[in-house]
Design a protein around this ligand. Structure first.
Ligand SMILES: *Cc1c(COP(=O)(O)O)cnc(C)c1O
Length: 400
């Protein structure tokens, strides 16, 4: 085992969950690690680095501007802060206190999640529209455009839209409606890559700000994210995140990020996002990973991952369980393996088996999304031949 982990008394686990935050995100490609390590040896002003990031992200997402944030959740907080304050320094100073200005964000009730705390943290008040008929088992209807329409008022600051392949009404319709009311739309698309085309398709709806996670499929540093969109809003987010312990006479932010005519009186003080700072190594790591992601180089991994899953299925023959591979439909996403346990024959639940796997040797963390219906999920992103074999062997021991 690595002497580094030994020194700190740590033992690595086998991650069969994919890029989940609890286990440290996605594996960074060697080129990303090397870029971060190289960056550590130099000093470059952070403003300048974010100026470079701004251009690269703008090109990648076909937007006016972009920013590297400390994760997608941080991007949501910064995006909300930008929408709430704009270039108004007094507002920046008062956030998350929004007394005296519009602070409501409209969101579909069915799109609410634990992540919307990140938006509320900036001072936004969420105003729910629609119902959740399908999950409550009470009906068949989803959120409808008219329900958004009637929610706009003078107190509305923005719209929060959480994107998934199943989201309704379509983002483009919500954007058109919000713009008709003069209100920007903040899109949480944290986990909506791949497909690569989503880098530009989501922003092509006219959405004002879009966030992506940098530590998921982009495979950048776990604590990185992308905020992309309208130049004035990105600039406001930038100002509210950066260290502003600088003389106003000397402050010269990248012109692509901050239009200084908008902040004639000089910079505000440290803003709401000061705690969400991003290290120079993280910025370079994210930009390097974004290049790799865009190039399509990750696609060759899909075939290898498929073979890893086959190997696991092979190792699980003759046990009280059934294996089902969910193929990569777009050739970009990872294939997944569902292992449905026969809980009756086993006399144990999937939760119990999952716990035993986590606590065993080696410790194994299968995906936990379908435990309630008796299944372990295997995500191959972090697996190789050896860990796949160890995983199959441990599952076989547990269910024998
Ligand atoms: C993962 C995720 C986030 C948070 O992303 P981080 O980069 O970990 O901050 C936010 N929203 C959704 C929908 C996510 O799936």
């Amino acid at each position: 085992m690595s002497s580094l982990l030994a020194k700190f008394g740590l033992t690595p686990v086998i991650n069969a969950s994919g890029s989940v935050t609890r286990l440290g995100g996605a594996p960074m490609p060697q080129a990303v690690v090397a870029a971060m390590s190289e960056m550590a040896a130099y000093t470059v002003p952070l403003d300048e680095l974010q100026g470079v990031a701004c251009r690269q992200i703008a090109v990648a997402t076909r937007t006016e501007a972009g920013l590297v944030s400390a994760g997608a959740a941080a991007g949501l907080t910064l995006g909300a802060a930008a929408i709430l304050a704009g270039w108004d320094r007094a507002r920046m100073e008062s956030l998350p206190d929004t007394d005296g200005f519009a602070n409501e964000f409209i969101v579909a009730r069915e799109q609410r999640s634990g992540y919307d705390h990140a938006v509320r943290a900036a001072g936004a008040k969420l105003v729910e529209v629609g119902f959740n008929d399908i999950v409550s088992g009470a009906g068949v209807r989803r959120t409808e455009v008219w329900e958004y329409e009637v929610a706009f008022s003078a107190a509305t600051a923005g719209v929060l839209y959480v994107l998934s392949p199943e989201s309704v009404p379509p983002l483009a319709e919500v954007v058109a409606l919000a713009h008709a009311h003069g209100v920007p739309v903040l899109v949480d698309a944290a986990a909506e890559l791949p497909p690569r085309s989503n880098l530009t398709e989501i922003t092509s709806t006219g959405a004002d700000l879009v966030v992506f996670s940098g530590g998921k499929s982009i495979r950048g540093p776990q604590s990185s994210g992308i905020l992309a969109g309208r130049r004035d809003l990105i600039g406001s987010a930038f100002v509210q995140m950066m260290d502003l312990d600088e003389h106003p006479q000397l402050w010269s932010p990248p012109p692509g990020l901050v239009d200084q005519t908008a902040l004639l009186g000089g910079p505000p003080r440290h803003g709401l996002g000061r705690g969400l700072k991003v290290a120079k190594e993280t910025i370079i790591g994210l930009l390097t990973a974004l290049e790799l992601f865009e190039s399509g180089q990750y696609d060759v991994e899909v075939g290898r991952q498929r073979m890893i899953l086959d190997k696991i299925v092979e190792g699980l023959q003759g046990l009280p369980l059934s294996c089902q591979v969910e193929e990569s439909l777009d050739g970009e996403s990872s294939p997944l393996l569902e292992i449905a346990l026969d809980e009756r024959v086993l006399g144990r639940t999937a939760f119990q088996v999952c716990r035993a796997l986590r606590e065993g040797k080696p410790a194994i963390y299968p995906g936990h999304a379908r435990l309630a219906r008796g299944s372990l999920m295997i995500h191959p992103l972090h697996l190789d031949e050896d860990t796949a074999e160890a995983l199959a062997q441990r599952i076989a021991e547990e269910v024998n």
